[in-house]
Design a protein around this ligand. Structure first.
Ligand SMILES: NC(=O)c1ccc[n+]([C@@H]2O[C@H](COP(=O)([O-])OP(=O)(O)OC[C@H]3O[C@@H](n4cnc5c(N)ncnc54)[C@H](OP(=O)(O)O)[C@@H]3O)[C@@H](O)[C@H]2O)c1
Length: 328
């Protein structure tokens, strides 16, 4: 098993280097003087990596031998790859690629990290694993819900794979449970804001479910800190979300006012399930309030956008500017 020189600058392999989260992580790591290798399947994304100071590496995430070879000179592996469907109505089949990335992809990267003697592996999970707690506060000691939607169960499996390798194979692995991302360049955020402005985005049910959210810039900051922190407990699990879980009706109402949109209509949950698919709606109706104190303490992390008011306010301002720029 190779051992990496702890005094040498880190070489960090990023799977998912070209997504909403990964692009931000790559830019921060490169700016911090780290050598970054990014996995990518397309020429366009490889060109983006090159242009941003990272080395593109091409390979199949599900091929364990290929992942071992591609990461042989790396001391740190970040698993940020996802394939979250962005179309409005989804079935379980639409989530299959994402589930496979979380299960087979995590196994391949964990195996590579163990065999290559990496000093750390950080994997992206989701705060949805807490399921519906009726709006109760939760922290990392709260067990994952037992009745999770199948599209979230794969995140629990990802966590189990990383934590088992930490416990049984000596892998210094950490899991970041990220809240719902938002950013000016997130397809989900743009679609949501466009629908809110047109008055098309309904509030499902009472709108009193609490969401845990995080600006993608803040999530990237947490990932980089987890990747490069001098020490981090092996098997650590950290909630990466802002300081104020928000009720859906407050978030949508805030955005509607900021965008000059109509007051959002309400639709019953049964109708939303019919229109959007059961699993996506169940995930969006699940209510929990996540504490982020452990991440702050372990990583010295503080979200720059502490609540939806600052964060969505900034995104909406940028989005409107982008729109103006596009029209000009
Ligand atoms: N916690 C959250 O709320 C959360 C988490 C993730 C995503 N999202 C949302 O979901 C939407 C889509 O996310 P995105 O724009 O980041 O997606 P994306 O552009 O599809 O990027 C996903 C990343 O994963 C990689 N990837 C996907 N499938 C792969 C595979 N089979 N093998 C290797 N790498 C693979 C992609 O690499 P390639 O360069 O090879 O394409 C890319 O780097 C966005 O709106 C985002 O905000 C939300």
């Amino acid at each position: 098993m190779p051992t990496h020189d702890p005094t040498a600058p880190a070489r960090i392999f990023v799977a998912g280097a070209t997504g909403v989260l990964g692009r931000r992580v790559v830019d921060r790591l490169v700016a911090g003087g780290h050598a970054v290798a990014g996995l990518s399947r397309s020429d366009a994304n490889a060109a983006w990596l090159n242009a941003h100071g990272a080395e593109p590496r091409s390979g199949d995430l599900f091929d364990a031998a290929a992942m071992r070879a591609l990461t042989a000179d790396c001391d740190t592996i970040l698993h940020l790859a996802t394939a979250i469907p962005t179309k409005p109505r989804t079935s379980v089949a639409d989530w299959a690629a994402n589930d496979r990335i979380r299960r087979d992809g995590t196994r391949a990267l964990v195996d590579a990290a163990v065999r290559n003697g990496c000093r750390r592996l950080v994997a992206q999970s989701v705060t949805f694993v807490y399921g519906d707690r009726g709006g109760a506060w939760v922290d990392e000691d709260t067990p994952a819900a037992g009745d999770l939607s199948p599209v979230v169960r794969s995140a629990v499996d990802l966590e189990t794979i990383v934590r088992s390798a930490a416990a049984d194979r000596g892998l210094p692995g950490a899991v970041l449970r990220c809240g719902m991302f938002y950013a000016h360049d997130s397809a989900q955020t743009r679609d949501m804001l466009a629908a809110i402005r047109k008055g098309f985005l309904p509030i499902v049910g009472s709108g009193t479910a609490h969401w845990n959210i995080v600006h993608a810039d803040d999530a990237a900051d947490a990932v980089c800190r987890a990747a490069t922190a001098p020490s981090l407990a092996s098997g650590e699990v950290l909630n990466i979300c802002d300081d104020e879980p928000v009720m859906v009706r407050d978030l949508v109402g805030f955005a509607a006012r900021a965008l000059g949109g109509r007051t959002p209509r309400r639709v019953p949950a049964w109708l939303a399930r019919l229109l959007l698919g059961r699993h996506a709606v169940d995930v969006l109706l699940a209510s929990s309030r996540c504490r982020n104190a452990r991440a702050k303490a372990a990583l010295g992390w503080q979200p720059r956008y502490a609540t939806y008011r600052e964060g969505y306010g900034a995104v909406i301002a940028r989005w409107r500017g982008d729109e103006g720029a596009e029209r000009a």
